[in-house]
Design a protein around this ligand. Structure first.
Ligand code: GLU
Length: 177
């Protein structure tokens, strides 16, 4: 059962060829079916990304002529000084930003294996009163410690749908979704 309206339609692809060339690609037309309008003669559907504007003024993200709405998409390729490469990303609307940060911290700061980087429970605090967490995280020692500090943890069905590829300096690749 999907209870969150974000992240239902966007996809993140991470691909690499045998030479280690990588692409990190978040693709979206916002909602499933986008605007529902197909361009005559071309056959592709127009997006409905205008929903990424914030209609409440005053706000820097209000719809105005010549403006593009805020986007959270963050396809990422990180290259280390030893030549290793970590390419990754996720759908999830505004939770993309925190998912990508979660993945980067797990990989770069905690030096976790790629499978653990992707599988680790994620948390998403986006300047609101409530912090979304992967189900079960709120029961963990860390979750309970955060609750004791006054954080309101709200378990959700899904935070992102991350994919990533790690390439060692010698060219060995691992891919996890
Ligand atoms: N339209 C969203 C954005 O650009 C991405 C859509 C999604 O991931 O759900 O932030």
């Amino acid at each position: 059962l999907l209870t969150d309206t974000e992240g239902l339609s966007t996809t993140h692809l991470t691909v690499a060829d045998k030479d280690g060339m990588v692409v990190s690609y978040t693709l979206t037309i916002e909602s499933t079916g986008g605007s529902g309008i197909v361009v005559p003669g071309y056959g592709f559907i127009l997006n409905n990304e205008l929903t990424d504007f914030d209609s409440q003024t005053p706000h820097p993200n209000v719809p105005e002529s010549g403006k593009r709405p805020r986007s959270s998409m963050a396809p990422t390729i990180a290259v280390a000084t030893d030549g290793s490469v970590f390419a990754f990303g996720s759908p999830g609307g505004s939770t993309i930003i925190t998912t990508v940060l979660n993945l980067a911290v797990n990989a770069i700061d905690f030096d976790m294996d790629l499978e653990d980087v992707i599988a680790a429970p994620r948390i998403s605090q986006r300047n609101g009163g409530v912090t979304q967490v992967d189900q079960g995280f709120e029961q963990s020692a860390l979750g309970q410690a955060l609750t004791a500090y006054g954080h309101q943890l709200s378990p959700v069905d899904e935070l992102g749908a991350a994919t990533g590829i790690f390439i060692t300096p010698s060219g060995q690749m691992s891919a996890v979704a």
